[in-house]
Design a protein around this ligand. Sequence first.
Ligand code: GDP
Length: 200
Amino acid sequence: SQIKMVEFVNISGRAKDCPKDNRPEFAILGWSNVGKSSLINVLVQKNQVALTSKKQGKTQLINHFLVNKSWYIVDLSGYGFARASDAARTDWSSYTKGYFLKRDILVAVLLLIDASVPPQRIDLDCSNWLGRYNIPMTFVFTKCDKMKASKGKRPDENIRDFQELIRENYKQHPPWIMTSSVTALGREELLLHISQLRNY
Ligand code: GDP
Protein backbone atom coordinates (compact mmCIF):
# COMPACT_ATOMS: atom_id res chain seq x y z
CA SER A 1 0.00 0.00 0.00
CA GLN A 2 3.01 2.32 -0.23
CA ILE A 3 3.12 5.32 -2.51
CA LYS A 4 6.00 4.93 -4.93
CA MET A 5 5.19 7.48 -7.54
CA VAL A 6 2.93 10.47 -7.86
CA GLU A 7 2.38 12.35 -11.08
CA PHE A 8 0.34 15.45 -11.58
CA VAL A 9 -1.88 14.73 -14.53
CA ASN A 10 -4.83 17.01 -14.86
CA ILE A 11 -6.60 20.16 -13.76
CA SER A 12 -10.30 20.18 -14.46
CA GLY A 13 -12.95 22.76 -13.92
CA ARG A 14 -15.78 20.34 -13.55
CA ALA A 15 -16.65 16.67 -13.43
CA LYS A 16 -17.02 16.25 -17.17
CA ASP A 17 -13.42 17.37 -17.77
CA CYS A 18 -11.90 14.89 -15.32
CA PRO A 19 -9.78 11.93 -16.52
CA LYS A 20 -11.82 9.26 -18.27
CA ASP A 21 -9.61 6.25 -17.62
CA ASN A 22 -11.80 4.91 -14.82
CA ARG A 23 -9.06 4.61 -12.25
CA PRO A 24 -10.46 4.89 -8.74
CA GLU A 25 -10.11 8.25 -7.07
CA PHE A 26 -10.06 9.68 -3.56
CA ALA A 27 -10.90 13.32 -3.08
CA ILE A 28 -9.18 15.24 -0.32
CA LEU A 29 -11.27 17.98 1.18
CA GLY A 30 -10.37 20.31 3.98
CA TRP A 31 -10.56 23.88 5.12
CA SER A 32 -7.29 25.79 4.75
CA ASN A 33 -4.84 25.31 7.62
CA VAL A 34 -6.34 21.94 8.48
CA GLY A 35 -2.95 20.40 7.68
CA LYS A 36 -3.68 19.11 4.21
CA SER A 37 -0.31 19.83 2.57
CA SER A 38 1.55 18.48 5.60
CA LEU A 39 -0.45 15.27 5.55
CA ILE A 40 0.00 14.76 1.81
CA ASN A 41 3.75 15.24 2.25
CA VAL A 42 3.80 12.61 4.98
CA LEU A 43 1.78 10.23 2.81
CA VAL A 44 3.96 10.52 -0.27
CA GLN A 45 7.22 10.87 1.70
CA LYS A 46 10.21 11.46 -0.53
CA ASN A 47 8.19 11.54 -3.68
CA GLN A 48 8.25 15.21 -4.36
CA VAL A 49 4.99 16.17 -5.86
CA ALA A 50 4.28 19.64 -7.04
CA LEU A 51 0.91 20.09 -5.44
CA THR A 52 -0.84 23.16 -6.67
CA SER A 53 -0.06 26.35 -4.93
CA LYS A 54 -2.47 27.47 -2.28
CA LYS A 55 -2.22 30.93 -3.69
CA GLN A 56 -3.83 29.87 -6.90
CA GLY A 57 -6.51 32.44 -7.54
CA LYS A 58 -9.14 30.22 -9.04
CA THR A 59 -10.58 27.77 -6.59
CA GLN A 60 -12.95 26.07 -8.98
CA LEU A 61 -10.40 23.42 -9.77
CA ILE A 62 -10.13 19.70 -9.48
CA ASN A 63 -6.49 18.59 -9.45
CA HIS A 64 -5.75 14.97 -10.27
CA PHE A 65 -2.59 13.25 -9.05
CA LEU A 66 -1.96 9.76 -10.35
CA VAL A 67 -0.48 7.48 -7.70
CA ASN A 68 1.57 4.40 -8.68
CA LYS A 69 -0.10 4.66 -12.08
CA SER A 70 -3.17 3.06 -10.58
CA TRP A 71 -5.36 5.45 -8.59
CA TYR A 72 -5.91 9.14 -8.10
CA ILE A 73 -5.62 11.58 -5.26
CA VAL A 74 -7.87 14.47 -6.13
CA ASP A 75 -7.00 17.74 -4.53
CA LEU A 76 -10.02 19.96 -4.12
CA SER A 77 -7.99 22.76 -2.58
CA GLY A 78 -10.36 25.15 -0.89
CA TYR A 79 -12.66 24.02 -3.61
CA GLY A 80 -15.93 25.88 -3.62
CA PHE A 81 -16.02 26.58 0.08
CA ALA A 82 -17.45 29.89 1.12
CA ARG A 83 -14.12 31.24 2.23
CA ALA A 84 -14.55 34.56 3.87
CA SER A 85 -17.58 36.04 5.50
CA ASP A 86 -20.03 33.22 5.56
CA ALA A 87 -17.88 30.30 6.54
CA ALA A 88 -20.75 28.87 8.52
CA ARG A 89 -22.49 27.75 5.37
CA THR A 90 -21.37 25.05 3.03
CA ASP A 91 -21.78 27.17 -0.02
CA TRP A 92 -20.65 24.89 -2.75
CA SER A 93 -20.95 25.97 -6.30
CA SER A 94 -22.86 23.86 -8.77
CA TYR A 95 -19.50 22.65 -10.15
CA THR A 96 -18.47 21.28 -6.79
CA LYS A 97 -21.78 19.60 -6.25
CA GLY A 98 -21.58 18.25 -9.77
CA TYR A 99 -18.24 16.66 -9.05
CA PHE A 100 -19.51 14.86 -5.95
CA LEU A 101 -22.78 13.80 -7.48
CA LYS A 102 -21.64 12.82 -10.98
CA ARG A 103 -18.21 11.39 -10.50
CA ASP A 104 -18.99 7.67 -10.39
CA ILE A 105 -15.37 6.67 -10.00
CA LEU A 106 -15.04 8.61 -6.75
CA VAL A 107 -14.37 5.92 -4.15
CA ALA A 108 -14.44 8.16 -1.11
CA VAL A 109 -14.01 11.70 0.09
CA LEU A 110 -11.30 12.06 2.70
CA LEU A 111 -12.60 14.90 4.82
CA LEU A 112 -9.78 16.43 6.85
CA ILE A 113 -10.78 17.76 10.24
CA ASP A 114 -8.50 19.55 12.71
CA ALA A 115 -8.66 17.57 15.96
CA SER A 116 -6.88 20.29 17.91
CA VAL A 117 -9.93 22.53 17.89
CA PRO A 118 -13.58 21.99 18.85
CA PRO A 119 -15.98 20.86 16.09
CA GLN A 120 -16.26 23.55 13.42
CA ARG A 121 -19.55 24.45 11.76
CA ILE A 122 -18.05 24.21 8.29
CA ASP A 123 -16.85 20.62 8.85
CA LEU A 124 -20.18 19.58 10.33
CA ASP A 125 -22.09 21.14 7.43
CA CYS A 126 -19.77 19.57 4.94
CA SER A 127 -20.04 16.06 6.37
CA ASN A 128 -23.79 16.40 6.71
CA TRP A 129 -24.12 17.48 3.09
CA LEU A 130 -22.04 14.54 1.88
CA GLY A 131 -23.99 12.24 4.16
CA ARG A 132 -27.29 13.44 2.81
CA TYR A 133 -26.26 12.42 -0.71
CA ASN A 134 -24.74 9.14 0.43
CA ILE A 135 -21.29 10.08 -0.78
CA PRO A 136 -18.84 7.72 0.88
CA MET A 137 -16.50 9.53 3.19
CA THR A 138 -13.75 8.94 5.69
CA PHE A 139 -12.99 11.39 8.47
CA VAL A 140 -9.29 12.04 8.66
CA PHE A 141 -8.57 13.88 11.90
CA THR A 142 -5.37 15.93 11.69
CA LYS A 143 -2.98 17.36 14.33
CA CYS A 144 -3.74 14.58 16.81
CA ASP A 145 -0.33 15.12 18.41
CA LYS A 146 -1.30 18.56 19.69
CA MET A 147 -1.46 19.16 23.41
CA LYS A 148 -4.56 20.89 24.62
CA ALA A 149 -4.47 24.64 24.99
CA SER A 150 -4.91 25.80 28.59
CA LYS A 151 -8.69 25.80 28.49
CA GLY A 152 -9.11 23.52 25.50
CA LYS A 153 -9.89 19.89 25.09
CA ARG A 154 -7.59 17.11 23.97
CA PRO A 155 -7.77 15.94 20.33
CA ASP A 156 -9.54 12.73 21.31
CA GLU A 157 -12.15 14.76 23.19
CA ASN A 158 -12.70 17.07 20.21
CA ILE A 159 -13.07 14.01 17.99
CA ARG A 160 -15.61 12.48 20.34
CA ASP A 161 -17.57 15.76 20.36
CA PHE A 162 -17.53 15.86 16.57
CA GLN A 163 -18.78 12.29 16.26
CA GLU A 164 -21.53 13.06 18.75
CA LEU A 165 -22.72 16.08 16.76
CA ILE A 166 -23.05 14.24 13.47
CA ARG A 167 -24.40 11.02 14.92
CA GLU A 168 -28.03 11.51 14.01
CA ASN A 169 -27.22 12.17 10.36
CA TYR A 170 -25.74 8.76 9.74
CA LYS A 171 -27.23 5.32 9.93
CA GLN A 172 -23.72 3.98 9.83
CA HIS A 173 -20.91 6.10 11.13
CA PRO A 174 -18.27 6.82 8.47
CA PRO A 175 -14.84 5.34 9.10
CA TRP A 176 -12.39 7.66 10.79
CA ILE A 177 -8.63 7.81 11.28
CA MET A 178 -6.49 9.82 13.67
CA THR A 179 -3.39 11.32 12.07
CA SER A 180 -0.47 13.57 12.82
CA SER A 181 2.00 14.93 10.32
CA VAL A 182 4.47 15.52 13.14
CA THR A 183 4.58 11.93 14.41
CA ALA A 184 3.26 10.24 11.23
CA LEU A 185 0.48 8.75 13.36
CA GLY A 186 -2.14 7.19 11.10
CA ARG A 187 0.01 7.14 7.98
CA GLU A 188 0.01 3.35 7.57
CA GLU A 189 -3.61 3.10 8.63
CA LEU A 190 -4.71 5.64 6.05
CA LEU A 191 -2.73 4.01 3.23
CA LEU A 192 -4.11 0.61 4.18
CA HIS A 193 -7.63 2.04 4.34
CA ILE A 194 -7.26 3.45 0.84
CA SER A 195 -5.95 0.19 -0.56
CA GLN A 196 -8.76 -1.75 1.06
CA LEU A 197 -11.39 0.58 -0.43
CA ARG A 198 -9.73 0.32 -3.84
CA ASN A 199 -9.87 -3.46 -3.79
CA TYR A 200 -13.35 -3.65 -2.46
P1 GDP B 1 -3.14 23.35 4.75
O1 GDP B 1 -3.46 24.80 4.60
O2 GDP B 1 -4.37 22.56 5.03
O3 GDP B 1 -2.37 22.77 3.61
O4 GDP B 1 -2.28 23.21 6.10
P2 GDP B 1 -0.71 23.04 6.30
O5 GDP B 1 -0.27 21.65 5.98
O6 GDP B 1 0.01 24.14 5.60
O7 GDP B 1 -0.61 23.23 7.90
C1 GDP B 1 -1.13 24.37 8.54
C2 GDP B 1 -0.40 24.59 9.87
O8 GDP B 1 -0.67 23.51 10.76
C3 GDP B 1 1.11 24.63 9.71
O9 GDP B 1 1.60 25.58 10.64
C4 GDP B 1 1.57 23.24 10.10
O10 GDP B 1 2.87 23.21 10.61
C5 GDP B 1 0.55 22.86 11.15
N1 GDP B 1 0.31 21.40 11.14
C6 GDP B 1 -0.08 20.65 10.09
N2 GDP B 1 -0.22 19.36 10.43
C7 GDP B 1 0.10 19.27 11.74
C8 GDP B 1 0.14 18.19 12.69
O11 GDP B 1 -0.15 17.02 12.40
N3 GDP B 1 0.48 18.51 13.98
C9 GDP B 1 0.79 19.77 14.36
N4 GDP B 1 1.11 19.97 15.64
N5 GDP B 1 0.76 20.81 13.51
C10 GDP B 1 0.42 20.57 12.21
